[in-house]
Design a protein around this ligand. Structure first.
Ligand code: SF4
Length: 293
């Protein structure tokens, strides 16, 4: 039977689990006879490895002993704990997410002609992150987001903000190219976006710019036209992913046009520039001197 924990107990348990994650321990076992106990005794039992000496700890953790795999005391706590959450170096944490993704076959895009997974690129400690909808043909070939004509325009937008491409982080909602550059479908976005959420939780940007309606709708879970989505900041926390930094309070999220759309309709560039200026103001960025643009 699931055991109800009070907030202090939940916090204590989460901290303890994180501690064991740091040691590289992700699976927890408990003796069968310890299951039926009072609530506080059960918590103590779940944490009994805490006070154990090392040989006893190994005994508790070994599935070869007469132990049973125990239902987590609070499944939510265990559910959100990912390997990278106990890693404080964002480079190493992103590597763990990439390893977890592996040669992903989780959604149908894996068998629809993708050449490779396009994970994301840039500064793992970036203050500013751009999120598009999915890789196109050039990205699929090169394994990097925004490298085609739209990527050139995004580079120019970043430069106009007084930054270099290497200073920001760039990713997409889906990591495999949809065939014929079609819009990624709902189930594909739902399957892939948890990895993006984990990347965001690791990078902890101050601002995320959603490029286009697909990215905006997926990140914000709002179904609205671009005209309504743009022109303001949203408070954003990655859903289903927790940062290893308890002090990170989430990011501001702004929505602007996708560079590919701006290539088709350059008249909207001035509108996109307004969105970027809003972001620059928030981040305290100044445009570079004219000769450097
Ligand atoms: S789009 Fe994402 S979930 Fe789908 S196969 Fe590619 S990496 Fe996996």
């Amino acid at each position: 039977m699931p055991i109800a924990l009070n907030p202090d107990q939940r916090r204590a348990l989460a901290n303890r689990v994180r501690f064991y994650n740091e040691l590289g321990i992700y699976d927890f076992y408990r003796r069968e006879e310890n299951i039926a106990q009072t609530e506080s005794e059960s918590l103590e039992a779940a944490l009994q490895v805490e006070s154990s000496s090392q040989p006893e700890l190994r005994e508790e953790m070994s599935p070869k002993k007469s132990t049973v795999l125990v239902k987590p005391v609070d499944e939510n706590i265990f559910e959100v704990l990912k390997p990278e959450q106990s890693v404080f170096d964002p480079i190493a944490a992103l590597k763990l997410i990439r390893e977890d993704l592996g040669d992903c076959t989780r959604c149908k895009l894996h068998k629809q002609g993708r050449k490779q997974i396009v994970f994301g690129v840039g500064n793992p400690r970036a203050d500013l992150m751009f999120v598009g909808e999915g890789p196109g043909a050039d990205e699929d070939i090169q394994g990097e987001p925004f490298v085609g004509r739209a990527g050139q325009l995004l580079n120019n937008m970043i430069k106009a903000m007084g930054l270099r491409r290497e200073e920001v982080y760039i990713a997409n909602v889906v990591k495999c190219r949809p065939p014929g550059n079609r819009t990624p479908e709902r189930d594909e976005c739902d399957t892939c976006s948890p990895f993006l959420m984990r990347q965001i939780a690791v990078i902890k940007p101050k601002v995320i710019v959603a490029l286009g309606a697909v990215a905006a709708k997926n990140l914000l879970a709002i179904n609205a036209p671009m005209s309504e989505l743009r022109g303001r900041f949203y408070d954003f926390m990655p859903s289903g992913a927790r940062s290893s930094d308890p002090n990170w309070q989430g990011a501001k999220l702004a929505v602007t046009y996708h560079p590919a759309f701006l290539l088709r309709d350059p008249r909207q560039k001035s509108e996109a520039w307004k969105d970027l200026q809003m972001v620059m103001k928030y981040l305290g960025l100044k445009p570079p001197p004219k000769e450097n643009v």
